[in-house]
Ligand binder design. Structure first.
Ligand SMILES: [Zn+2]
Length: 373
């Protein structure tokens, strides 16, 4: 039994956590410190393990690559989801990497078999093979959670909406959701929204690429986006190197647009040189926007777990897997930057402190995290 005492829940009540065989045995209010327990310092919070819904965790495809553990447990993230770095040609290798990682790994399979081996994988529809997609889902049912389709001009070339129509058809055959990347047009966002269904994810929701944002010409959020959300489509941040505009996110907050998950779209280049760096930095941007700590943490725990249809990953209930993230919230002025070079500040800073994974308690390596700033 692993006992951890003294961490605060988000309601600021301190707790005792008991973990047995990697599963939560109990989370109870702290009456007294258990002598045998690992005692966490004052001011450390605990939440379900952070889930990064949009990452690039396949080390082979530079620069869209990282290693699951580098962007995972070492930075407080207990689950990373590879968002289409791999297509069917490389999924076997990603599965091997996943098995050898401490961090849990899932994947949205790129509908193009070559994945991000190239940057315009959907400009040639011959890259899409139903047989290879079907065989991948049969071979790796635990790893694969859906299909990734990147719907921007630079990726689809002259193919317009066709890749999304194909993905829609295959998603239905597999009974799996789509993660749809949005960006430069054509295709237009409003046309994409006509083709997404309940359970699908739109990623890069706060990008500011010319004429194709979530706002229409009257600076109103597209009515079809609200309709999509009402239909059960999820909106994901997918910060990345060029897809997070502080201005768009601020306007969306002012209009009370409900979005669902905060993810990084992290890979080696934006991890080392910014503006992503890590999940905590991305979360801090949402504190800077004025979201409450509880909302921010929910969008990196409970919500992505719901999107993945794995609610047990976003819960502290007895019997659920004991992936936990411990973190502090320090009063510290921090300068942040969006992907368009706009600088803004926060006065609260979330910092990962430790995780539990597979029944093990691991303190996040401060030096390693700091080195990436
Ligand atoms: Zn991405």
């Amino acid at each position: 039994m692993l006992n951890i005492s003294g961490a605060s829940l988000l309601n600021n009540k301190k707790c005792n956590i008991k973990i047995k065989d990697g599963y939560i045995h109990s989370v109870t209010s702290l009456d007294k410190y258990d002598g045998d327990a690992i005692s966490v310092p004052e001011g450390v919070y605990v939440s379900p393990g952070w889930i990064d819904l949009h990452t690039h965790a396949y080390p082979r495809f530079e620069p869209y690559c990282s290693h699951p553990d580098k962007i995972g447990y070492k930075t407080g993230v207990t689950t990373v989801v590879d968002a289409g770095t791999c297509g069917a040609n490389n999924i076997e290798h990603l599965c091997e990497i996943a098995k050898n990682s401490k961090t849990s790994v899932f994947s949205f399979l790129n509908i193009a078999q070559n994945g991000l081996e190239v940057r315009n994988e959907l400009a040639n529809l011959k890259n899409i093979s139903w047989e290879k997609i079907r065989d991948s889902f049969q071979a790796y049912p635990d790893l694969l959670v859906g299909l990734k389709v990147r719907m921007s001009k630079s990726v689809v070339g002259e193919n317009g909406l066709e890749p999304l129509k194909i993905a829609r058809k295959y998603g239905e055959l597999l009974n799996k959701p789509l993660m749809v990347h949005i960006g430069s047009s054509p295709p237009k966002l409003t046309d994409i929204l006509d083709l997404v269904e309940k359970g699908d994810v739109i990623t890069h929701c706060f990008h500011e690429k010319e004429g194709n944002t979530i706002f229409n010409h009257e600076q109103m959020i597209h009515p079809s986006l609200y309709q999509a959300v009402r239909r059960g489509i999820y909106l994901d941040v997918g910060h990345g190197t060029s897809s997070f505009s502080f201005h768009i996110a601020q306007q969306a907050k002012a209009k009370h647009l409900p979005f669902h998950s905060i993810s990084t779209d992290i890979y080696e280049k934006n991890r080392l040189h910014g503006p992503v760096y890590d999940m905590a930095t991305t979360l801090n941007k949402f504190l800077a926007l004025g979201y409450r700590l509880e909302e921010v943490i929910q969008k990196v725990t409970e919500m992505p777990a719901t999107i993945l249809q794995k609610p047990e990953l976003g819960s502290l209930a007895k019997g659920t897997v004991a992936d936990l993230t411990f973190f502090t919230v320090e009063k510290e002025q921090l300068e942040l930057e969006d992907t368009y070079g706009k600088k803004f500040t926060t006065v609260k800073r979330i910092k990962p402190y430790a995780v539990t994974l597979g029944g093990e308690y691991i303190v996040c390596d401060e030096n390693e995290i700091e080195a990436s700033y």
